[in-house]
Design a protein around this ligand. Structure first.
Ligand code: BEZ
Ligand code: FE
Length: 303
């Protein structure tokens, strides 16, 4: 039945060609991929012209990729794949801060700044005081947490998108919590911006009647020994795009207060606590045999 290719048994024929010594996980993933792709092609009755167009799209997507640009990640983002993979791999107990997309604009090695320091180096935008605590699920402060933050500037660009125009490390910094678990810094009230839309993915969004905008957000990467890494943003709730994020990154719990301050040192105040999940709890949620794996992984920290 599976020796020769037929429309009816196409997926089974392809999968039957796999060797005997294939990595079991690779076998599971590839067999499922082939089954689903074949079922999709049959479902929509894909035409030759459509398949040629798809090949051309993937070719152009690859051709525009460079050290600075990753169009495939963008494709994964706008199709909700990044968020789905993130959601499946970051299931957390109730009360823990939720993850969201990392995005392409994080730069490792940002300067460690003093608590309260201003990360906005270009003097543009409305100043906003971001503050809160890094705590565990019981509300205990976490000391030594690294709160790595980054945002666009008031013109809607990250510093790495405008080298030579924006100062290096503009709107970026790392803050290390003390015994009280508190963090605070001054940044700008972020503004919404379009994801890079001058390539094949942007064109695809256009054909689908979709805009390329992300609602205003501040990025946070929070790490602490013994706790699961938290990759998240806080969002400005009254942003025009908050319910139509081009990459589906908004979660209800991540919409933060942005309070207007009259006559203060900053124009805005955004309080937000980050609740981290102990690594032990993460492993328990991942597998029924989490307990066994836990013993092996107990020594890990900042993972
Ligand atoms: C960002 O928020 O920086 C981002 C996320 C996904 C795609 C493009 C940008
Ligand atoms: Fe962003």
């Amino acid at each position: 039945m599976t020796q020769f290719f037929t429309e009816e048994h196409s997926a089974e024929t392809v999968n039957a060609r796999m060797g005997d010594n294939v990595n079991p996980r690779l076998k599971q993933v590839m067999a499922s991929l082939v089954r689903h792709v074949h079922a999709f092609i049959k479902d929509v009755h894909l035409t030759q012209d459509e398949w040629d167009l798809a090949i051309d799209f993937f070719t152009r997507t690859g051709q525009i990729c460079s050290e600075e640009r990753q169009e495939y990640i963008l494709l994964s983002d706008v199709l909700g794949i990044s968020m789905l993979v993130d959601a499946i791999n970051n299931r957390r107990p109730v009360g823990a801060t939720e993850n969201t997309v990392f995005g392409p604009f994080h730069v490792a090695g940002a300067p460690i700044r003093q608590m309260g320091e201003n990360i906005c180096l270009d003097g543009k935008g409305e100043a906003c005081l971001f503050e809160g605590r890094v705590i565990d699920l019981h509300g205990n402060p976490i000391e030594g947490a690294h709160v790595d933050v980054w945002s666009d500037n008031a013109d809607g660009f990250y510093d790495v998108q405008q080298p030579g125009i924006q100062p290096k490390w503009n709107n970026r910094g790392i803050f290390v919590t003390g015994k009280d678990g508190k963090y605070c810094f001054v940044g700008i009230k972020p503004v919404s911006y379009p994801i890079p839309d001058d390539g094949p993915v942007g064109k695809m969004l256009g054909h689908l009647g979709r805009h390329p905008y992300r609602p205003a957000h501040m990025h946070f990467l929070v790490t602490a020994p013994g706790f699961q890494k938290l990759v998240t943003h806080t969002f400005v709730g009254d942003d025009h795009y908050v319910t139509s994020d081009a990459v589906f990154g908004v979660k209800r719990t991540l919409v933060a207060p942005f309070e207007k301050i009259e006559g203060g040192e900053t124009d805005w105040h955004s309080p937000f606590d980050f609740v981290l999940t102990p690594i032990a709890d993460v492993l328990r949620m991942l597998t029924p045999s989490g307990q066994t794996e836990l013993k092996e992984k107990k020594t890990q920290c900042r993972c």
